[in-house]
Design a protein around this ligand. Structure first.
Ligand code: AMP
Length: 443
């Protein structure tokens, strides 16, 4: 199957050729014809499956071929995203896919001044990518109107609900025309998402390209039990001993991010942090520097867990386990992309056993334990199993099978039409040589 056989027009095919996208990913193969035909969509797909092109390509085509010119302060399509980072990334992807088309795109989100956004919207925009809060602000100030809106896209809908945007979503819906096409993307499908879908979608086509809530098999995962107060010490020990290259580290709180960053920086390690308290420009700069490998260690709260498309990341470390088990899947989904293998290590203390248990139930596996010599915890982490049982007396932990470093790569091949997704490569948009990535280069 090629993009041409999916019925895409020449300017889009040209952009795809320039990006060296050869084969549609499974979600693209299913979504593109359906969206072109005007269907609503309910798609279970994570970042890395190529979902952005799955909705952006047919959207760009429909907006080019159908409908009137955009009027002032109007938008013809709206993409709602949970975070500013994702909004930027999606906007950039749409911009590149649509570079040979006469359409305008723009992204609006909070944390930056609203005035330039109001100015930009005056002429109207064909595709507006927005976070819900800022969009409502703009709407309430009459900077944006929805009477021309023909398509609504909810990207990472589950994350929007997790972040407490349900009220904003309700208010936005109330302002949109009833007759429209709606595409809903979500990595997980909770009851709340199904209710949202039920209220929003009209006879949707359901697409599922990854087994729900199951972490990518290309990611090798294990936990290291450790006492809470020794986590930083263990992290630094492993960093040196295993000679880790780039690492994305997740901490539970903003303070946790800052504290770990400070400790690493004090040792001369090139680390930076992102969390919701930092201004958007600082967050974006840290992320960009991490992507260009100027920063070795990026420490983040879950704000950074979703949607970020970071090149060939070999290792994710959960300094703390996430409160919401689904976030574990998203966090470790930052590695093992584009057919590479990745590693996800969680430093787990006794207090976190319930969180561990919830993750194991969700991902239907018992995470292998591997104690680090001299860091064996005084407060043992009780044994768990994927049925959700937490056993009081921990068994004596087995000797680690893996050393934890290195990480051989596994070639998974190109995107095929099978239901099994292959995680795609990094940065939002760029030329990818091929999806047959082969062994990762040694750094
Ligand atoms: P997404 O899941 O939309 O975040 O896309 C993940 C990555 O895959 C991005 O870096 C895209 O540029 C890339 N990508 C998307 N579709 C394809 C394709 N058909 N062939 C090669 N790369 C792709």
């Amino acid at each position: 199957m090629t993009f041409a056989t999916l019925g895409l027009i020449e300017p889009l095919l040209r952009a795809l050729q320039e990006l060296d996208y050869k084969t549609p990913s499974p979600i693209q193969a299913q979504a593109i014809p359906a969206v072109l035909a005007g269907r609503d969509l309910m798609a279970a797909a994570q970042t890395g499956t190529g979902k952005t092109a799955g909705f952006a390509l047919p959207l760009l085509q429909r907006l080019t071929l159908e409908g009137p010119q955009v009027a002032s302060n109007s938008v013809r399509a709206l993409v709602l995203c949970p975070t500013r980072e994702l909004a930027e990334q999606v906007h950039e992807s749409i911009r590149v896919y649509g570079q040979h088309l006469p359409l305008t795109t723009y992204a609006v989100y909070g944390g930056v001044s609203i005035n330039p956004q109001m100015m930009k919207l005056r002429k109207g925009v064909d595709i507006l990518v927005a976070t819900p809060g800022r969009l409502l602000d703009l709407f309430r100030q009459n900077a944006v109107k929805f009477n021309q809106l023909q398509t609504l896209i909810l990207d990472e809908a589950d994350r929007m609900l997790d972040l407490g945007f349900s009220e904003e979503l309700r208010d936005i819906y109330a302002a949109l025309p009833k007759k429209r096409q709606t595409l809903l993307f979500s990595a997980t499908f909770s009851e709340a998402i199904r209710t949202l879908a039920g209220n929003t979608l009209n006879d949707p086509l359901s697409i599922e390209v990854s087994p729900r809530n199951v972490a990518a098999s290309s990611v090798k995962q294990w936990i290291i039990p450790v006492d809470k107060k020794r986590k930083s010490e263990l992290f630094i020990h492993l960093l040196k001993k295993q000679r880790w290259g780039q690492v994305l580290v997740f901490a539970k709180t903003r303070n946790g991010v800052d504290e770990l960053c400070e400790k690493l920086q004090a040792l001369g390690i090139n680390a930076d942090g992102i969390h919701g308290d930092k201004p958007q420009a600082t967050r974006q700069r840290a992320l960009d520097r991490f992507k260009t490998r100027e920063i070795q260690i990026l420490v983040a709260t879950d704000v950074a867990a979703r949607g970020l498309d970071i090149d060939d990341l070999p290792l994710v470390v959960n300094f703390d386990l996430p409160i919401v088990a689904e976030d574990y899947v998203h966090r470790i989904g930052r590695t093992g992309r584009a057919g590479n293998s990745g590693q996800a290590i969680s430093l787990v203390c006794a207090d976190e056993v319930q969180l561990l248990s919830a993750i194991e139930v969700l991902t239907r596996q018992t995470l292998q334990r591997s104690e680090e010599q001299d860091f064996e915890p005084e407060h043992r982490v009780p044994m768990t199993d994927p049925s959700g049982q937490v056993l009081k007396k921990p068994k004596k932990p087995k000797k680690p099978k893996t050393g934890g470093g290195g990480g051989k790569s596994k070639t998974l091949g190109k995107w095929t039409e099978s239901a099994e997704p292959l995680e795609a490569p990094v940065k939002a948009i760029r030329k990818v040589p091929s999806f047959n990535t082969g062994p990762r280069k040694k750094k």
